[in-house]
Design a protein around this ligand. Structure first.
Ligand code: ADP
Length: 660
């Protein structure tokens, strides 16, 4: 054996040993016939066919590809274009296994063969599937999270973005993947660059509610977090940014805060209403709270008053209708009260219930009006807006609660006022009856003093006692006069004087008055003239005694305050009432005192208090009596005028009852 042949024999022995003893599955295939030319024991073991069986087999019986596909793949191996393949191989027991095949061309005796090393790839494929699955799972988790996710590498190039990120930032995957973040968003605020840099150094940043304003001016509230991600060697591979738009959440939060705030205002208003003492206080609280409660541009309070809507109070950015009255049929508050319903009008100019002409000059575009005391409305509360606005259920509820509480507050104030009025009335009556009793008690001893002084026993002692007796009598008379005045005034005040009508003619009354006063006038050298322009057969129907009492007081005063001249008593009929007057040429009343003389206990500076007797009650009684007679009293007086024009004129009017 020459050296060359020996070498060949050695090498074929070596290959044979290598082939047979190799743990790896090996096949020798004829690329033309596709027949298995040889298979090693590892192949027999792996496939489950005997050596003999394998040598009778075509590779197409093992490889699951079609004959054409096998031919094409083999051609690649044969021409050295490819040596690594992934196939599926069938085993004797029918199992199909993924395999990796390393195939190279060998030449034996001038023939080409393919030497394939087959490696079972089941485990690897399983691992790959698991990896793929975990990638898909990760993607699934990210995509179904409410946050938009972007993953960047160390250079801030996009590696991955979630669908919600694309949607949120209105970009496509092509716009971003592989691109630099700062090139995609060149106007990104500096704060973000800082956040990214921090994350690249391992620091996590986040915010719970961050506001940014979009180019179109829209506000966007976000919650975000920026953190690093790590490579398998533990180094920072890049960053992940999670962003969640929380506009809805934020709006809900704002709504809750707003509601809390409104409830607090409502509670304050309710507390204030329960402690308010007057209707005016209620009015103020209602309009201020109503406006504040829903953040309206204006609020009004309307009361129903004699078939009219009376706009009593308002709190508005510009004046509305405070103090005005409108017929109940031609105002929206009237509609609310009559229908016992809320009026909710987002656009007043498209609602025929609104009297548009009354709104033209105002800022109002929308309104809501709720009734006060729904079952039997006594008024309404209105809220107004300068632009179109429709309050929601909650806002309406708040306003109606305010209206209901206002109704209760008004009701309690009315009840309290009534109780107070009754208490005052009762006190007045008690006082009056006390005074009446007291006067009786005082009167009795005085009367007896007067009686006794006129019954003094004899001439002599009467002479001695005369002066004292005069004084006693004068003072006693004065005392009686004071008491009579007080009693009369108290009874009038306590409404204890009943109105007693009777029919009479003025001539008779004047006759009686003349009879009473002629002596006094004559004594003072005054003329007393009665001028009656009313026919004597004209019957007047009123309270005779009270009318007489008025004349008595006025004529007595006229005589008292006049030193010379004339007292003129005058009567006249005008339409359905009568006008009377008592004029004098006396000292007159200073201008500054003329509106005070009807006050009780007021005595003018012209009385030289000590010398002119009086109580300061006469004219107060006159005023009360005339009020009782449905009349009016007034005075004209010239204290310092030229002689002849000096004096006072007291006039009064009364209605005759039959004209009522
Ligand atoms: P008096 O008891 O003081 O007269 P009145 O109530 O009757 O009380 O009158 C109140 C005041 O009005 C008097 O004190 C007086 O100053 C003034 N007065 C009333 N009548 C006349 C009058 N005819 N002339 C001038 N002053 C008068």
């Amino acid at each position: 054996m020459d050296k060359t042949n020996k070498n060949i024999t050695d090498s074929s022995n070596l290959f044979d040993r290598y082939f047979k003893s190799n743990m790896a599955v090996m096949l020798i295939i004829n690329p033309i016939t596709k027949m298995i030319v040889d298979a090693n024991p590892a192949a027999e073991k792996y496939y489950g066919w005997s050596h003999k069986q394998l040598l009778d087999m075509n590779i197409g019986q093992i490889n699951t590809l079609s004959a054409e596909q096998i031919a094409a793949e083999m051609e690649k191996a044969r021409t050295n274009r490819r040596s690594f393949f992934r196939f599926k191989h069938r085993k004797a027991n029918g199992e199909i296994r993924p395999v990796e095949v390393f195939s190279t061309k060998i030449e034996v005796d001038g023939h080409e063969y393919l030497h394939s090393i087959v490696h079972d790839a089941s485990e690897q494929e399983k691992a790959e599937l698991e990896l793929k699955h975990s990638h898909e799972l990760m993607r699934y988790i990210i995509e179904h999270n409410s946050s938009a996710v972007a993953v960047h590498d160390r250079n801030m190039n996009y590696i991955y973005v979630s669908q919600s990120y694309l949607k949120q930032y209105e970009v496509s995957e092509n716009d971003v993947i592989g691109k630099n973040h700062y090139e995609v968003f060149p106007d990104l605020p500096e704060k973000w660059r800082i956040v990214h840099q921090k994350a690249l150094k391992g620091e996590v940043s986040s915010a719970d509610d961050d506001l940014y304003i979009k180019d179109d001016g829209c506000e966007v509230w976000t919650r975000w977090e920026c953190r690093p991600w790590y490579d398998s060697d533990g180094s920072i591979g890049g960053i992940v940014v999670y962003t969640e738009v929380i506009n809805e959440h934020r709006q809900r939060e704002l709504k809750i805060n707003q509601l809390n705030h409104r409830l607090k205002s409502l509670i304050t208003a309710l507390q204030e209403l329960t402690t308010s003492k007057t209707i005016e206080q209620v009015q103020n609280i209602v309009v201020h709270s109503a406006r504040k409660l829903i953040g309206a541009d204006g609020a009004t309070l309307v009361f129903s008053d004699n078939n009219q809507c009376y706009y009593v109070a308002e709190d508005a950015m510009e004046p509305l209708w405070k103090g005005k009255r409108f017929p109940i049929d031609s105002c929206i508050s009237g509609w609310v009260m009559q229908n016992k319903q809320v009026a909710l009008i987002p656009d007043i100019y498209s609602d025929s219930r609104v009297p548009h002409t009354d709104y033209k000059s105002t800022f109002v575009k929308s309104l809501v009006m709720v009734p006060i005391n729904v079952s039997e409305p006594i008024g309404a509360i209105g809220n107004y807006w300068k632009s179109n606005y429709k309050p929601d259920e909650i806002e309406l509820g708040l306003l109606q609660t305010l209206a209901d509480s206002a109704a209760r507050a008004i009701e309690s104030i009315n009840v309290l006022n009534e109780i107070e009025r009754k208490a005052v009335e009762r006190t007045r009556r008690l006082e009056a009856s006390f005074l009446a009793n007291m006067s009786h008690e005082i009167r009795t001893p005085i009367n007896s003093i007067m009686g006794f002084s006129s019954l003094l026993p004899d001439e002599e002692s009467r002479d001695i006692m005369c002066n004292y007796a005069d004084i006693i009598v004068r003072n006693s008379e004065h005392l009686v006069h004071i008491i009579d005045d007080i009693v009369m005034y108290s009874r009038l005040q306590a409404k204890m004087m009943a109105y007693q009508t009777m029919e009479f003619n003025i001539c008779n009354l004047f006759h009686e008055l003349k009879h009473i006063f002629a002596p006094q006038a004559q004594q003072k050298g005054l003329s007393l003239v009665f001028e009656n322009e009313i026919e004597c057969n004209n019957l007047i129907k009123t309270d005779y005694d009270k009318l007489k009492q008025v004349f008595v007081s006025l004529i007595a005063n006229a005589i008292k305050y006049t030193e010379k001249g004339t007292i003129r008593v005058y009567a006249q009929k005008a339409h359905n009432h009568y006008i009377f007057s008592v004029s004098d040429t006396g000292i007159g009343i200073p201008k500054t005192e003329q509106d005070k003389i009807f006050e009780r206990f007021f005595r003018g500076s012209n009385t030289r208090k000590e010398t002119v007797p009086g109580t300061g009650l006469g004219l107060s009684i006159v005023k009360e009596l005339i009020e009782l007679l449905d009349g009016d009293v007034w005075v004209e007086s010239n204290p310092d005028e030229k002689p002849g024009e000096k004096g006072s004129v007291f006039s009064f009017s009364i209605n005759s009852r039959e004209t009522k």
